[in-house]
Design a binder for this molecule. Structure first.
Ligand SMILES: Cc1ncc(COP(=O)(O)O)c(C=O)c1O
Length: 430
């Protein structure tokens, strides 16, 4: 259909989308009777701590761990209080040392990088490609004799090409810690995300696919890594039932922290877990409906999908030919009633883009000295320099991006309205 300037809502034409926008809390908006029932069971039993209470009660956290392990097809899951905790625990479980280098994605929430620093390792930032996940060639270029871990991030629902990452890791004898915070329920070539690497780390924070407000999960197939993660997340496995048993593995007992999940979170997470697949299916259906209607629009390109079936489909990302038109394009979409936004704008801070990570650029630590940036044990930490232009391809993709959330609660009709808005605005502005 041909559109004229005057058809656009921004110029006084009729709006393409007339229903209110649904906020992006995919699991959060589904909280209902199931969550209430699980939480009430915990409260009625006065069993708020997984390891003890007034009388025996089956731990919700343990149930959650077992359900997740079965779902992912891995031997072990361990619930923690956030994905940041999961990443720090995972890095410690694989035996990260001060000065070891961890290759992280340039487009991720800052927590992925903060976890590396918290584990006293040196982050090395790799470019993303058109899929906005790790650029495998750039990762390979950044491997040095100090590299210990690759930390791929399945960003905004999109699976990283895990076959390539695992091959690289094998060839260079590296560990892999997957960040699945934003892509719970996704898969790559039929295998669940979080089941490829040595360790997988999930988030249950409120904005995520399913949620318990805060929370995280660690997955692993490896008995030793699981035992080490147990020890780290629970001050040397302090409360575990067999905590005084002789160690089964060398290197299983050491100082740890308290990253345990509470039974209240476990109860909510367990109910939400039961809804995960349907939430993902709804987002995938919605994204398919929109994309089907707007394919072939001249001048409009899309984020590359690495795996159509495995994409969690939390958002639609379109690339415009030039960054200069992003603002006008998103404003026109907003006027049509669609909540769209650009991703990278130099003047607008966003902690998902490496160029805005001031703490990394300036190596800002809570104390002036200390690993990894100013520490005799990690001389590479003081040598490495981070600059705003160190990943130019990432910035090029992101500054030409237009982003639209895909809530699972949207109806078919609302998806069609979004597609019509994109058609209208592209027809006039591209
Ligand atoms: C990619 C990514 N990694 C890690 C995290 C940290 O998760 P949490 O808030 O559960 O610590 C987030 C949270 O937004 C994230 O988006």
């Amino acid at each position: 259909m041909d559109y004229k300037k005057s058809d656009l809502a921004i110029n006084g034409g009729p709006k393409a989308k007339t229903t209110p926008n649904i906020p992006m809390f995919p699991g959060g908006l589904e909280i209902g009777e199931e969550e209430k029932r699980e939480v009430m069971e915990v409260l009625d039993a006065k069993w708020l701590f997984r390891y003890y209470g007034p009388k025996e009660f089956p731990s919700k956290v343990k149930k959650l761990e077992e359900a997740y392990a079965e779902y992912l097809g891995v031997k072990h899951c361990l619930a923690v209080n956030s994905c940041t905790s999961a990443l720090i625990t995972g890095l410690n479980a694989v035996g990260i040392e001060p000065g070891d280098e961890v290759i992280v994605s340039s487009y991720t929430f800052f927590a992925s990088v903060a976890s590396v620093v918290a584990a006293k390792a040196v982050p090395v930032i790799a470019e993303v490609d058109k899929s906005l996940t790790m650029d495998i060639e750039d990762v390979e270029k950044k491997i040095t004799s100090r590299t210990k871990v690759i930390l791929p991030v399945h960003m905004r629902g999109m699976p990283v090409r895990m076959d390539k990452i695992m091959e690289l890791a094998k060839n260079h004898d590296l560990k892999v810690v997957e960040d699945v915070a934003q892509s719970n329920g996704g898969s790559y070539r039929g295998k669940k995300l979080g089941s490829f690497g040595d360790v997988g780390c999930f988030s249950l924070q409120f904005h995520k696919v399913v949620t318990s407000g805060e929370g995280g999960i660690i997955s692993t197939d490896n008995d030793l890594l699981y035992t080490r993660a147990q020890a780290y997340h629970d001050v040397a496995a302090c409360w575990r039932k067999d905590r005084f048993a002789p160690p089964e593995f060398e290197g299983e007992i050491f100082f740890g922290v308290n990253f345990r999940m509470s039974e209240l979170c476990g109860a909510v997470a367990l109910a939400q877990f039961g809804k995960l697949d349907n939430i993902v299916k709804a987002m995938q259906r919605n994204k398919r409906l929109i994309k089907e209607k707007i394919k072939g629009i001249r001048g409009l390109d899309f984020r590359e999908v690495t795996d159509e079936e495995g994409d969690v489909a939390v958002c639609l990302i379109m690339y415009l030919p030039e960054s200069a038109i992003v603002e006008g394009f998103t404003k026109a979409l907003n006027a049509e009633g669609v909540e769209a936004g650009g991703i990278y704008n130099k003047g607008v801070p966003d902690w998902h883009i490496y160029a805005h990570w001031k703490m990394l650029m300036e190596k800002l630590m809570p104390s002036k000295r200390g690993c990894p940036f100013n520490c005799p044990l990690s001389p590479n930490g003081s040598e490495i320099q981070y600059t705003e232009d160190m990943c130019p391809n990432t910035l090029d993709w992101l500054e030409r991006s237009v982003h639209i959330d895909i809530p699972p609660q949207m109806t078919e009709n609302e998806c069609e309205q979004i597609a019509t808005a994109i058609e209208k605005v592209s027809g006039v502005l591209l």
